[in-house]
Design a protein around this ligand. Sequence first.
Ligand code: LMR
Length: 397
Amino acid sequence: MFQKLEPLGGDPILALMAAYRADPSADKVDLGVGVYQDEQGTTPVLRAVTAAEQVLLDEQTTKVYVGIAGSEAFNASMQALMFGADHPAATEGRITTVQSTGGSGGLRVAAEFLNSVRPSCRIWVTTPTWPNHRPLLGAAGLDIREIPYYDAKAGAIDVPAMLAGIEAIPDGDVLLLHGCCHNPTGADLTLAQWQAVTELCVKKNLLPFIDTAYQGFAEGLDEDAAGLRVLAANVPELIAVASCSKNFGLYRERTGALSVITASAESAAATRSHLMKIVRAMISMPPDHGAAIVAQSLGDDALRARWRAEVAEMRERMRGQRRDFAAAMAERGFDRFGFMADQYGMFSLLGVEPDVIKTMREQHHVYIVGSGRVNVAGLTSTKLPYVADALAATLSD
Ligand code: LMR
């Protein structure tokens, strides 16, 4: 059965991660896969997470199945984290939230759900978007289209083009936006722009689908959900996916949440039954450990405060690295990277030619995704001058 299979190319981001790990150079710098790195270049287990794990170790008495929708304590906490505790859609019982295997698992279940309700429905994504959106959504059968988003020359969103692109979407289609810390550009909508998008979604009866993988990494936990909350207050139906990989540092635990807002509490209950049927057919039930950690962390005042402080620490560090890198490049005669200081989250696009990325990797052991996407968390104070020197030298060649 398998004799005729040809090998496939690997996922570019994960292949880069493997190549970095295999590189024996002492100079190597990882600006590739989207994981946070601290000043020592490590991706730590958060202190709040370790404390929550200790509670689980002390108090958990069974590993029996939790259920198809996962932990209800986790689901309630994640719903409040995303939409706010008193969001009207929540108090009206119009939001249903189920646990997912990471943000990716939530995206995939949502895509299967959409395809079951409206087979091969069109979903519009930003140009560019996270490369894995295409396989995740496309494999479920959705028809993926693009709207303009990023203006690489300006290092910012092309807002008129984006709004015109949304205006041109056929009524009733699905629009996928990043809740914050746009991956790969780092270019986020302002609240006024979210409001303009909301008006268009209402006017055109579009279904907003918000992917939030970095809540807390842009301006703050509530600030980063402001756009989602405006949409949620104004549209009858919405899909939102959250990941706990980055803001809880739970990458390998595969922890996330999928929420669907519907026009009535009855539709929310019906939607939930459909989501559960899909989850049961795909994975039977989601894994528990990460969700139990999050539920424990968010359900305890002291742990929640500790976690919020750790998220703030990661956020401020990355914002500082953005400013420092833009300044370091300006000192070396390249002031065109100033836009990076104004962007958010882990990623920015350098806006350089592919041969620059190749030279950075082959001659300087600096690992950057082929699109020119850099993870600013990898620019620790020891690595930053090295990367700036290497980039300046490569660009001057
Ligand atoms: C990234 O964009 O680097 C992360 O979201 C990790 C991944 O799975 O691609």
